[in-house]
Design a protein around this ligand. Structure first.
Ligand code: MSP
Length: 514
């Protein structure tokens, strides 16, 4: 049976418009999903929207429309982003769907049956914007006397009857779980953060609200709707058919990877495993807390007004360049600075000059000097063997990087081979062999075609369009583009189509577009 892989993005709040911070996590998940599919895994890839909560209720009211209508409109913008990014998700979940309500209520009942839910009165400082309570000691006071949370959101004193999840009782079991599963939280620095937070002591968590209606009703408790995070986190198992825990669940859940931003690590690495264990389910395999995209020194977010839409960048630079740039420029897991200058520089140096030029040089020489057929490979020199070996070593090297979600590392390794290949072209100078030693010229060009095939096959998850075009130009059949097919070399004598440039240089418009 094929190995399985289940990857999820956070489900996005519908009050926001999609920006490149959202797109970044979604593309990361897509790259991992595509990589695993090409590597022979059965893959399930889920993204979606988080649609309940007081903020949504208020935003809908401000627009004078019903919350359901509001979320329908805004969820669509995230579905459109998914399409725009060329993302291969298998499903798009919305927390307002009946299947999700069923799953959340079932999970609640299990936690309740386990004795982890109780009713009590609660008073606290609540920030609607963050959908979170803050301790008195975390607050500051603004000039006009308002209480402000560390996030900058205004808080108000709220008192309500609330159901609580007995999180305090889970402290030791969570610590034990982290110890037995050292790879549960990644990257490692984030793991340490979580462990020290849990060691610091856990307080019970208020998990129902009575002050608004726009949420999933708590079973048998009129007036109570669920706290958005109980609702939202459950999406990951709704997808697998929960409360059924049949074939899909047992196949994919043990290999679940949640990609998230570091801002929501605590919910995923502390609350979520506690909820699951309370309901008698195992936690996911791994939670990966990615860094933030920074724009001019600050996290990109709607409230700071420094967001960039994926659409504007894709329109200007193209989809492949967009998907490539973030993972070539930034170590996935760390914060990283977006800038237009570095994007242009990556496009011109890595794509046009290094990769594009390599492909162009090799394919046009084959076209001109080998009658547009894949040349015959004669005996190999040490230089040929070295370059081929580096290309063939890429699959295990990329796999190892992808197992750690180190997408940047995978690209770094691929680019090393691209640089080596360009150096090899210069050293071997196949154009000069045409008259003196055509058989040697053929071998050099064959070696290069084979190296390019490896690179294009392995970069398909990142550059979905260009890699396909390069494989077309090498006449690689559609069913020979998976990773297993890398072991079968190109067939000499195959007719090749006329080459065409794949990575154009980006030239700034005369009027200096900004
Ligand atoms: N709805 C919750 C998640 C529930 S998951 C069960 C939520 N939504 S969100 O839309 O506010 O943010 C979701 C994610 O978007 C963040 O965790 C992060 O992955 C991504 N990003 C939003 N802004 C970002 C940056 N500026 N940079 C990188 N990613 C960021 O939280």
């Amino acid at each position: 049976m094929a190995k399985s892989f289940y990857v999820t993005t956070p489900i996005y709040y519908v009050n926001d418009k999609p920006h490149i911070g959202h797109a970044y996590t979604t593309v990361a998940a897509d790259i991992l999903a595509r990589f695993h599919r090409l590597d022979g895994y059965d893959v399930r890839f889920l993204t979606g929207t988080d649609e309940h909560g007081q903020k949504v209720e208020k935003s809908a009211a401000a627009k004078g429309i019903a919350p359901q209508e509001f979320v329908n409109q805004n969820s669509q913008t995230f579905q459109d982003m998914t399409t725009l990014l060329g993302v291969s998700n298998d499903d798009f979940i919305r927390t307002t769907e009946p299947r999700h309500k069923k799953a959340v209520q079932a999970l609640w009942k299990k936690m309740e049956a386990n004795g982890d839910i109780y009713l009590a009165k609660y008073g606290g400082w609540y920030a609607v914007r963050d959908e979170a309570y803050y301790g008195e000691d975390e607050l500051t006071t603004s000039e006009d006397g308002k209480k402000i949370a560390p996030s900058g959101a205004e808080v108000e004193w709220v008192e309500e009857e609330s159901y609580y999840f007995r999180l305090s009782a889970w402290q030791d079991r969570l610590l034990d779980f982290y110890e037995k599963n050292p790879d549960f939280i990644a990257p490692n620095s984030r793991r340490n953060e979580v462990i020290s937070f849990v060691k610091g002591g856990l307080q019970d968590l208020s998990i129902s609200r009575t002050t608004f209606d726009w949420g999933i009703p708590v079973p048998d408790a009129p007036g109570h709707v669920m706290y958005v995070w109980v609702d939202a986190l459950t999406n990951y198992i709704t997808e697998l058919g929960y409360p059924e825990t049949g074939a899909a669940f047992s196949k994919f859940w043990p290999n679940a990877l949640h990609l998230i931003g570091k801002d929501i690590l605590r919910f995923h690495a502390v609350y979520w495993p506690a909820f699951l264990m309370s309901a008698g389910l195992p936690p996911p395999k791994r939670v990966f807390g990615g860094g933030w995209l920074i724009n001019k020194g600050q996290k990109m977010s709607k409230s700071l007004g420094n967001v960039i839409s994926p659409q504007s960048l894709i329109e200007e630079f193209g989809l492949d360049a967009f998907r490539f740039y973030f993972f070539r420029e930034i170590s996935y897991g760390q914060d990283g600075e977006y800038s237009r200058e570095s994007m242009i520089s990556r496009i011109n140096s890595d794509l046009a000059n290094a990769y594009g030029n390599l492909v162009q040089r090799v394919l046009s020489q084959i076209n001109k000097n080998c009658a547009a057929k894949l040349p015959v490979c004669a005996s190999l020199t040490e230089a040929d063997e070295t370059l081929l070996a580096a290309a063939r070593a890429l699959l295990p090297v990329c796999r190892a990087a992808i197992d750690q979600q180190a997408i940047h590392k995978m690209l770094e390794e691929v680019w090393k081979v691209i640089y080596d290949a360009n150096k090899y072209v210069d050293e071997q100078a196949p154009w000069a062999l045409k008259k003196t030693d055509p058989a040697r010229m053929a071998t050099v060009l064959y070696v290069l075609a084979e190296v390019i095939r490896h690179i294009a096959t392995l970069t398909q998850p990142v550059m979905t369009i260009a890699s396909g075009k390069i494989l077309d130009q090498l006449a690689v059949p559609a069913d020979q583009r998976n990773f297993a097919a890398l072991a079968t070399p190109l067939v000499a004598g195959t007719d090749l189509p006329a080459p065409q440039g794949v990575f154009p240089r980006f030239v700034e418009k005369e009027d200096g577009a900004v």
